[in-house]
Design a protein around this ligand. Structure first.
Ligand SMILES: C[S@@+](CC[C@H](N)C(=O)[O-])C[C@H]1O[C@@H](n2cnc3c(N)ncnc32)[C@H](O)[C@@H]1O
Length: 214
């Protein structure tokens, strides 16, 4: 977030965020950078939204970070140079799981792909290797994006991704080359997608190779 978005914003640019949660990733980044624009976040979970607002007040960031307790998809596309999101990406047969708001559709990539369809010039999205990463990379390309940059981290399956119903579904996806993991570990990538008219570099193949390597 800091390196791919905030430090690239030299003027008072606008950023839109889908799924702010308790706001901590953005708040921590704002406290570490000299960003002069405004970030507009959207979060459906009312408890998380309240926590985010109280932390925003505590650090006097209300002029830089505003969160709405609603879905970005119900708003009339707010203007912004960047879209950022750690979207819900748990794949499952349906949303009857421990935390329904983390359900990412049958292949886990539903929200990620819908966010790419909004057509922002730059989109920084977190993508999991068990949520049909190849499908998302191809979808981004079909919608005019290049992969401008990315960072990959190995992560251990957590409480929500280890729910038996979810884990079993992920194992099924693995058989169909739609999920890639090794034992208890998967990859999570922060990917900066850029509309190809603003970008000469395309690391789509490199990202696909890494995300399918487990
Ligand atoms: C993976 S969490 C990310 C939370 C936080 N941004 C972070 O990185 O820690 C995804 C968030 O998206 C929220 N969410 C799910 N569907 C949403 C929607 N349609 N509109 C806004 N937020 C949504 C969930 O409640 C959850 O807080």
């Amino acid at each position: 977030m800091e390196n791919f978005v905030l430090k690239s914003c030299t003027e008072s640019e606008h950023v839109v965020e889908f799924g702010s949660g308790d706001g901590s990733p953005v708040i921590n980044s704002l406290l570490r950078t000299n960003f002069h624009g405004v970030i507009r976040g959207f979060e459906l979970n009312t408890s998380a939204w309240k926590v985010a607002n109280s932390t925003i007040d505590e650090y006097n960031l209300a002029h830089k970070y505003v969160i709405y307790n609603s879905s970005l998809f119900d708003a009339s596309k707010p203007e912004a140079k960047y879209l950022v999101a750690n979207p819900p990406y748990l794949p499952a047969p349906d949303n009857d799981i421990y935390m329904p708001l983390l359900f990412g559709g049958i292949d886990g990539a539903k929200f990620t792909n819908e966010l790419l369809l909004l057509g922002y010039d730059n989109a920084l999205l977190l993508i999991s290797s068990y949520s049909n990463p190849k499908g998302t990379i191809e979808y981004a390309k079909a919608n005019g994006y290049f992969v401008n940059n990315f960072l990959v981290l190995p992560l251990k399956f957590g409480y929500y991704s280890s729910e038996p119903k979810v884990k079993k579904h992920i194992a099924e996806l693995q058989k169909n080359q739609m999920a890639f993991y090794s034992g208890d570990y998967y990859f999570l990538a922060g990917v900066l997608f850029k509309k190809r008219q603003y970008c000469t570099v395309d690391l789509s193949n490199e990202l696909a190779q890494i995300m399918t390597s487990l």
